[in-house]
Design a protein around this ligand. Structure first.
Ligand code: PLP
Length: 384
């Protein structure tokens, strides 16, 4: 990232924090295996346990409840199929706006999966959850994310847990996009399992955690070692875990609301055909999902990239392709609208100047796009 570029895609991956880099370099210098009993091993073990405490402290959990994983995707895959294989669930209920890793993990768990509908603001329907839990057979596991990666909409997860408890169901929440952006307190959420990822808060990619209440016996994804309480076998990613711990420790929730609100106000006031998705709901204050009617998200992303501003397409998947956003479709939008959404996401190093550079580039592009459409429209009328 050079000095002139503006990075507003923190939900895809936040720039790494200097404190995380420092901790990773120090961890690499240890060079030991945390399972060894000698001095290097003990130093490595200490670095891991310090990181575990930092992550636990940042989400109100006990350090014994934190299992380090290879990222948010792996945490979700450990939680859902792991709980099913551990005999805790014979059916899964997942919201219609979950990240691909939850959908896919649920689909591959070998039990029936029910999709919970959301309203036009992207909020899960609690009455429907109550009804579905009441009519199904066998122990259930409900998975509802805390904050959505595309819209930032916050789900009433503590209420989901209350409804689920009434039916004896377990609850998992994917808190990957909420961690560091809104209060994430494991005991208050009252869930059984919660997924986190380091690279969304300024730690390295490829490391995350599943926070899990004692008593839930998950079957691990891999076999062959006792690391991470036997739930994640294999020699630990010491540098990654240390970087995650340092990023968690450095995390101070910033009030990004004024920057995000200014961005949205200007866009809505000056560019006809724009909309902010999920604006009627509580959202994390770093995320804006903005539709520009009739203009594909990838066109917008490329134009802004040429102007030195990095943003996300609302529904870019991991292959880099842009598809109609399943999140916006679940919120009742049509396919064309769901293809027009960009995501602007701020983070720990965002400044007012970044928002200004985005606004200049966006207004300039939107002006051109709307003019081109106007000209095309005129031609069509002439021919028509
Ligand atoms: N869950 C959500 C809501 C996400 O946004 C992401 C990443 O985009 C993940 C899970 C996956 O996390 P990771 O990239 O660490 O595998």
């Amino acid at each position: 990232m050079n000095a002139v570029s503006t990075y507003l895609d923190h939900n895809a991956g936040a720039p790494i924090r200097p404190a995380a880099v420092e901790a990773m370099v120090a961890a690499l210098a240890i060079g030991g295996n945390p399972s060894s009993v000698h001095r290097a091993g003990r130093l490595a073990r200490r670095a891991i346990e310090e990181a575990r405490e930092a992550v636990a402290a940042q989400c109100g959990a006990e350090s014994s409840e934190v299992i380090f994983t290879g990222g948010g995707t792996e945490a979700n895959n450990l939680a859902l199929p792991g709980a099913v294989r551990g005999g805790h669930a014979a059916r899964l209920l997942v919201s219609g706006i979950e990240h691909d890793s939850v959908r896919a993990a649920a689909g591959g768990a070998g039990v029936p999966v029910t999709v919970l509908p959301v309203d036009r603001d992207g909020i899960v329907d609690l009455a429907e959850l109550d009804r579905l839990l009441g009519e199904g057979q066998g122990p259930a596991l409900v998975s509802v994310m805390l904050a959505n990666n595309e819209t930032g909409v916050i789900q009433p997860v503590a209420e989901v847990a209350r409804v689920a408890r009434r039916h004896g169901a377990l609850v998992h929440t994917d808190a990957v996009q909420a961690f560091g952006k809104t209060l994430v307190d494991f005991p208050t959420l009252d869930v059984d399992m919660m997924s986190l990822s380091a690279h969304k808060i300024g730690g390295p990619a490829g490391v995350g955690a599943l926070v899990k209440r004692a008593g839930i016996d998950l079957v691990p994804l891999a076999l062959g070692g006792g690391q991470e309480y036997g739930r994640r076998p294999g020699t630990e990613n010491l540098a990654g875990i240390a970087g995650f711990g340092a990023a968690a420790k450095a995390e101070r929730r910033r009030d990004l609301g004024p920057l995000r609100d200014r961005l949205e106000r200007e866009v809505l006031a000056h560019v006809p055909g724009t909309r902010v998705f999920g604006a009627g709901a509580a959202r994390v204050d770093n995320t804006s999902c903005i539709g520009l009617s009739g203009v594909k998200a990838e066109t917008q992303v490329m134009a802004l990239d040429l102007a030195g501003v990095s943003i996300g397409a609302g529904a870019a998947c991991s292959s880099g392709k842009v598809r109609p956003s399943p999140v916006l479709i679940a919120m009742g939008e049509d396919e064309e609208t769901a293809r027009s959404a960009i995501r602007v996401s701020l983070g720990w190093n965002s400044e007012a100047a970044d928002v200004e550079r985005f606004l200049n580039a966006y207004m300039e592009f939107a002006g051109r796009a709307l003019k081109a459409r106007g000209l095309r429209g005129e031609k069509e009328t002439h021919h028509g």
